[in-house]
Design a protein around this ligand. Sequence first.
Ligand SMILES: [Ca+2]
Length: 112
Amino acid sequence: MYKFKISIAAFMIAALPALAHAQAAPPASTATPNIDKRKVEQQRRIDQGVKSGELTEREAASLQKGQAKVQRMEDKAKSDGVVTDKERKKITHEQDKQSKRIEREKHDRQRK
Ligand SMILES: [Ca+2]
């Protein structure tokens, strides 16, 4: 038992630098670089659509709600400290849906 305790202590000491490092950088388990990139890109498309007049205020507001939904899904997925593959797929699927909505609203010739 004594030996066992020693080895645990040794492990903890050995693991300390790794833990410190994990706290400094965002933990990979909740990193969602592709989702974040698409979020920025979709926001840019919505903003651009408002500027060009392709999107009405109402359409933009509705699309903005879609973006908020994606954000809520992402926050929820991250809340337990791990974004699983399943959660990633779900969020990505929602982003696919939102992307198509943006595309549709920008080309429905509704400008008022
Ligand atoms: Ca999760």
